[in-house]
Design a protein around this ligand. Structure first.
Ligand code: IMP
Ligand code: MG
Length: 194
């Protein structure tokens, strides 16, 4: 991690020793989020409104950066889903922890999600929201692991990464590390010891 510290990435001492390596730097993420926002703004330029749905907790930082760069009118709402608990293995069973505040009938909906691992969460969510009859439904995901076993389709995708557990930029392990400014691989001993 030393090379990042010397580049002035900021103080992250509490987490540094738990990280294997940085996969996506703050600068890389910022540049890609800007590109995604530009693409979305272009694609939705002729729509009257855009209904952005952020998936909590993981997507909260990605969504706040992305949405502030989107130049077409939009609303923001959130849903909270859970399929992992405090583990790094998907239980396969997705639960709604918090639902949307409003119906999405006739809306142009854009799901904003942090990461695809097995794809179960997004697969479930896309089916659920399609059933609520939005005018259109698209998906924007910051990171997908190579695995994506369910081959879930995304309309906007930031990065593809190997099948390792990552933290930072909203992503957690056991609810920690979410506010690191970059996305880093967590050392295996950190999540395999518990
Ligand atoms: P999936 O259902 O297996 O695709 O997992 C997707 C959900 O699990 C995401 O919404 C994340 O919240 C969480 N998740 C999957 N992989 C990671 C990871 O490497 N770090 C942090 N969270 C992850
Ligand atoms: Mg998530």
């Amino acid at each position: 991690m030393d090379e990042y510290v010397s580049k002035g990435e900021g103080t992250l001492s509490y987490a540094e020793s738990d990280l294997e390596r940085i996969l996506l730097s703050k600068e890389e993420i910022n540049a890609r989020v800007t590109e995604l926002a530009e693409q979305i703004s272009t694609d939705y330029a002729d729509y009257e409104s855009l209904y952005i749905i952020g998936i909590l907790k993981g997507a909260f930082i990605f969504l706040s950066d992305l949405a502030r760069k989107i130049t077409v009118p939009h609303k923001v709402d959130f849903m909270a889903l859970s399929s992992y608990g405090a583990s790094t293995e998907s239980s396969g069973e997705v639960r709604i922890i918090m639902d949307l505040r409003q119906p999405i009938v006739g809306e142009h909906v854009l799901i904003v999600e942090d990461i695809i691992d097995t794809g179960k969460t997004l697969h479930y969510l896309q089916r659920l929201l399609k059933g609520r009859k939005p005018a259109t439904l698209k998906t924007c995901v910051l990171v997908t692991k190579e695995r994506n076993s369910l081959d879930v389709a995304t309309d906007y995708l930031g990065f593809k990464i190997p099948n390792v557990w990552v933290v930072g930029y909203g992503l957690d392990y056991a609810d920690t590390y979410r506010t690191l400014p970059y996305i880093a691989e967590l050392k295996k001993e950190v999540y395999q010891s518990g």
